[in-house]
Every structure is written in C-alpha cells, then in structure tokens.
Ligand binder design. Structure first.
Ligand code: NAD
Length: 319
C-alpha cells in the first residue's frame, strides 16, 4: 500500500494543500493518507514545532506532500523544513520553471552550504558556516547530470567562484563530473546568471547550484512564469521524497481564500512522476492548463477565482 504523508503546515499551506490533496485523492483513492502536524502553529500550541516521532512518522511514507511552514526570525527557533530536509537527507531540491518557450530545471543542493545550521551569535559577531563537501557536491552534480542527460540539455553551474573559495571547490567538482559523464556544461557567476535567466531563459536547461543561491535563483526565475504561486518542487534523497510549492506560508494573504494553489497542485504532479504514475502526472499538468484556458485563475494571475473555487474547477476537469 502506497502511503502519503500530508503536512499542511502554516498560513496558506492550510489552504493550498487541501486542493492538492483533493487532486491526489481523486487520482489515487487507493493510497493511504495520513496527516502530520508540524510548524509554527504547532509550536504556538505545544511549544514544539516538530518532534522526533514526527520525523519517524514522515519516514514511514512513500512520499510526503508538504505545504509551507512559518519560520519566525527568532534566535532559538529552528526551521522545521530545514530539519526535515536534513533528517531525511533530501539532498536534491528540483525546481522546474517552464512554459511553452523554455523549460528550466533548477537543481539546488539542499542539505549544506549556508543553510548548514552551524552558526554562532555573540554580542559582537555573527557567524554562519558555509559547508560545501565533496560528497554533497558530487551527489548533487550527478543528480543534475542525470537530468541534463534525460533532457539532452546543457548543464549550467551557478556559483560565485570569483570571491568564494567554497564555490571554486563546488564548481570544479561539478565541471569534473560533467566532463567524465560527457554532458555539455558551462558555468556562470550567480549574479550574472540571475539576470541572464530572466533575459534569455531559453538558453538554459538544467542549472545546478548551492543551497542559498538555488533558493534565491528559483524565486527570481518564478517571475518568468507568473510568480511564486506557480512553481512546484521536489526534495529528493536516496530513501525519501517530499513535494512542496516553492512559496512559503504567505502570512500576508493567509486565511483569505486567495492563494494560488497551482504550485501545490503541480507538486502533486511531481510526486506522481516520482511514484511512477507519469500519465497521472501529465493529467494534472494538462488539467491545470485547461482550467487556466477557461479564464479561471486566482488574483495573483489577474483573475477572481478563490483558492477553493480554482480547486473545484480543477477537480471537475480532472473528473
Ligand atoms: P512567501 O513565499 O510566503 O511569500 C512571498 C510573497 O509571495 C508574498 O507576498 C505572498 O503573498 C506571495 N505568494 C506566495 N505564495 C503565493 C500563492 N500561492 N499565491 C499567491 N501569492 C503568493 O515568502 P515570505 O513572505 O518571504 O515568507 C513567509 C513565511 O514563509 C516565512 O515565515 C518564511 O520563513 C516561510 N517560508 C517557508 C518556506 C517553506 O515552508 N518551504 C519557504 C519559503 C518561506
């Protein structure tokens, strides 16, 4: 029996995930679904945002559908999503940004870099350790190379090797892996890449980069397809996988039924692909496009449909 963990999380996670779940349950009523409650809301209620038993429960799932969690900027609060990515060793964060004109897969290293969590705060200095390991770089490079090969596409390495030594290390490992795999590859400074990807998106196929650069680049690239409400992601490791929209909990619009559920629904499409149901994954993508062609969309895309109403239209098309 395929088991799916559902984590709504906080803010609009509690609105977009119910829509995504309806889609998934419609296509796969035979899966077993179970909820795991983690996040800031849980912390407010219980004083703990995520426990060891929560992590153990997540590990029992074949795939996790995740909304978003609020991470308040407090010194002692540890990000739940970072904890899960580390605990499940979800080292590859795949963030597709595509439309009819271009198809880019941003491959972000997901477990180290500036999000290593090794930090020190003193009254006079704050330090964050940016770890770039050989193992971490090799495995993310190989994942990106596999994807480039599947697409017959170019691999681009995003880095800042002109000023950061750990990026010289990262770039050289990626270049060596690409060379030995025989995959066409180039590299670009991350700042120049951020503009170039907006101006000439059709030049790119697979972009591999370190943790924080990938986080920022994918938000920047979301501009190309209409914003954060549209971009899904997969967090993949060797044993576990978690699927979530790229956006966060969006407290500014939470509770108003105006969040765009497409990123969450497309995350279901990535989840189905991962579980081997490619026709289901394709059906989800096609249905989203079909609903949009009917002129039904949420406010961020210039429409008037609410989150739930978009979900109703989508479910009708899928049926
Ligand atoms: P955000 O992605 O939540 O929101 C950024 C902007 O995009 C906001 O104006 C929001 O209204 C808009 N937006 C986001 N998703 C949308 C959607 N589906 N439909 C329409 N508009 C949408 O980023 P933020 O405001 O920087 O962060 C808010 C909280 O989310 C923070 O606590 C942050 O730590 C957290 N966060 C969590 C994750 C995660 O759980 N993976 C990721 C990013 C941010």
């Amino acid at each position: 029996m395929t088991r799916i963990a559902i984590v709504e999380g906080d803010g609009i996670g509690r609105e977009v995930i119910p829509v995504a779940r309806r889609v998934l349950e419609l296509l796969h009523p035979e899966y077993e679904y179970f909820d795991v409650d983690v996040g800031y809301g849980r912390w407010e209620r219980t004083g703990c945002p995520c426990t060891d038993p929560d992590i153990a429960e997540l590990k029992t799932a074949d795939a996790i559908l995740f909304g978003a969690v609020t991470t308040p900027p407090m010194k002692d609060y540890q990000s739940v999503v970072l904890r899960i990515r580390k605990a499940l060793d979800l080292y590859a964060n795949l963030r597709p940004v595509k439309n009819d004109r271009f198809d880019i897969m941003i491959v972000r290293e997901n477990t180290e870099g500036l999000y290593s969590g090794i930090e020190e705060l003193t009254p006079d200095r704050a330090t964050t350790l940016r770890i770039v390991s050989r193992k971490g770089s090799e495995r993310i490079a190989r994942k990106a190379i596999d994807l480039a090969r599947q697409r017959n596409g170019l691999l681009t390495i995003g880095h800042k090797a002109n000023v950061i030594k750990s990026d010289v290390f990262f770039r050289d490992i990626c270049l060596a892996e690409a060379k030995s795999a025989g995959v066409p590859c180039n590299d670009k400074f991350i700042d120049a890449l951020s503009l170039d990807i907006l101006q000439f998106p059709e030049k790119y196929s697979v972009v591999v980069t370190t943790n924080m650069f990938g986080d920022i680049l994918s938000d920047v690239a979301a501009y190309l397809v209409g914003g954060l409400g549209l971009v899904p992601s997969a967090n993949i490791g060797d044993r576990f996988a978690l699927f979530e929209p790229v956006h966060g909990s969006a407290p500014d619009i939470a509770g108003k039924n105006i969040a765009n559920p497409i990123a969450a629904v497309r995350s279901v499409s990535m989840l189905l692909d991962y579980l081997g149901d490619s026709p289901g994954a394709m059906a989800v993508e096609t249905s989203v496009r079909h609903v949009l062609r009917q002129g039904i969309c949420t406010r961020d895309m210039g429409g008037i449909a609410g989150t739930r109403e978009f979900g109703d239209a989508l479910v009708q098309v899928l049926r």
